[in-house]
Design a protein. Structure first.
Lengths: 338, 338
């Protein structure tokens, strides 16, 4: 079998690797596709070298087929189509209050441990979810980021008729907008990149380029002056942190999806005045994964548009190099079946 | 009758005023006591001259007795002991989504319109709440700030067994701590002022002076490493904004009680990482007032300790001058019955 390895210094290699049987409690998955996540790009840029163990196989946005089953594993058969929820919470303790998905000692599979960018992958069965038999395996590789969006929208409490604004229309922002729209809410996406704006408009979204149009005015008009009920802060920059409190109406809920490397200036007076809530939202819980699987399986979301390129495993280096040069792209997949 | 007037430039006068009959929908209240709120002190310092109409009678933390009843008013009798919920939401509209207590065009009675620091006060009956007949009228003047605390604690969702930290043990922080303790939660108060620390310890609170003791360590020990479930940010300074995210455990709820005049640096990454919520909380809703009236009426809270001084209406100038010179004081009342 072939496996890719992050070697540090923006370099990936692809090597022969000996295939092993799954250990007790594990399954072996023949990987179909593995998407490249923003965090994988961070790894490529060397920003997470303290967390990965070079050389390491990375990747967690995958789809695949059960290929072998380890001792003690129930509920799976060889040939089952599956995805992995890449959260290893085996070190969870009581002080995590049952929130295993954000447990203090959580390990993220594919970052803190071996990932899916290889032909076969041995992984503990407890975090494997079954897919419907007729699922499209390319789209199934988007289950993980769709689950992020499901979690974000669930945390927001968004309901039909409300006005939601997604600040940042990259891959996660677009998926959040798609899932938010399913609630029956009116969804506005704020995005600067012309290519992304075009794609989002093609998906039927109300898109504002805040460099050219007054977002606050637009939100106010759409909401009859009530402003936004929900804001998803996905862009992760100071400008969107400024905007999030400006466009939030009374009792508005702001969901913090982005990772801010530095502290941000926040208008806490506005949070007080309008009784806003800022709600942090990280990864997903099992129910979000099941929700995402249903959305992918039943083709409820227009996910095809999201996939901008597919590279064979042998060209993983090229895939990462291209992403680094192209800020407009959405989701790039690695085909691990080669 | 006598009425006091804020005249600008840290100056109050007390003058004779003609008593008038209550208009339609109003009652006339013989004011018993009126507490001096932090916002009243802001008025004294000239910080709110754009909002008040000089000369103006201010004051909203009052207790009193119904003295006359205007046309069309039901449910009150002369002699009823009452408090006023000083929120005039008559300009509320649909875009306020039913949250009349924070409506965009809300007027705060005693700031945006005539207040209670006078012998008799004509006020619309719709915001008057009845007190039990045997209530202590001095303590009843604390109903308004107690209602703030009830609202803050309700917004937090604090329940028995949780760990709550109140950042700032001034008048509002102390009342929040008292109401929080009633839930059965473990309550820690963080306060720097030695006199306030002494008073809070006298009330049986677990008080940390963060200049002398490691608050994070103390919270961690008390919670078996889970950190705080709820934080009330009452101090309103950058240091407490830094602390609030440090001491919050997984899914912790931070209630923003303080008014921050400037934007603050907030650790949004920690909000994301631990899925924290920051919840703005402003004034109170009618149910918070009813809760506060019950707590005051049934003497459930040790409110006597809060009253550090009582001045007759004729000495209102002295009362404000003393507060400005004494940052350790808690609640100062004006006796309007003189």
């Amino acid at each position: 079998m072939k496996a890719s390895y992050y070697e540090g210094n923006k370099t990936f290699t692809v090597k022969e690797k000996e295939m092993t049987l799954p250990a007790e409690g594990e399954v072996r998955i023949r990987v179909a596709y593995c998407g490249i996540c923003g965090s994988d790009v961070h790894i490529y840029h060397g920003n997470m070298d303290a967390r990965v163990s070079i050389p390491q196989t990375i990747g967690h946005e995958m789809s695949g087929t059960i290929d072998a089953i380890g001792e003690g594993v129930k509920g799976f058969e060889v040939g089952d189509k599956v995805v992995v929820r890449p959260l290893d919470a085996r070190l969870e303790d009581a002080s995590d209050k049952g929130f295993s998905h954000i447990a203090k000692k959580l390990k993220f599979v594919g970052i803190d441990s071996e990932g899916a960018m290889q032909q076969y992958w041995n992984i503990m069965a407890s975090i494997v979810h079954r897919l419907p038999d007729d699922v499209d395996m390319k789209l199934a590789a988007l289950t993980e980021p769709v689950a992020v969006a499901c979690h974000d929208v669930r945390r927001s409490g968004l309901v039909e008729g409300e006005v939601a604004v997604v600040l940042g229309g990259g891959p996660i922002g677009t998926l959040v907008a798609m899932v938010a729209r399913l609630t029956g809410a009116k969804v506005i996406v704020s995005e600067l990149n012309p290519k992304r704006i075009k794609m989002l408009r093609g998906l039927g979204f109300d898109v504002v380029n805040p460099a050219e149009q007054d977002l606050l005015k637009h939100v106010s008009e759409l909401s009859n002056g009530a402003l936004a009920d929900v804001i998803f802060e996905v862009a992760g920059v100071q400008a969107s942190v400024n905007t999030m409190t400006e466009i939030a109406g009374i009792r508005g809920r702001i969901v913090g999806v982005a990772i801010h490397a530095v502290k941000r200036e926040v208008d806490l007076k506005m949070c007080f005045w309008r009784e806003l809530s800022f709600i942090g939202a990280r990864v997903y819980e099992p129910q979000d994964y099941e929700h995402a699987i249903r959305l992918v399986g039943e083709k409820i979301l227009p996910l095809e548009t999201m996939v901008t390129a597919v590279y064979p495993l042998s060209e993983i280096q090229k895939a990462f190099d291209q992403i680094a040069q192209n800020p407009s792209g959405m989701k790039v997949l690695i085909n691990c079946q080669g």
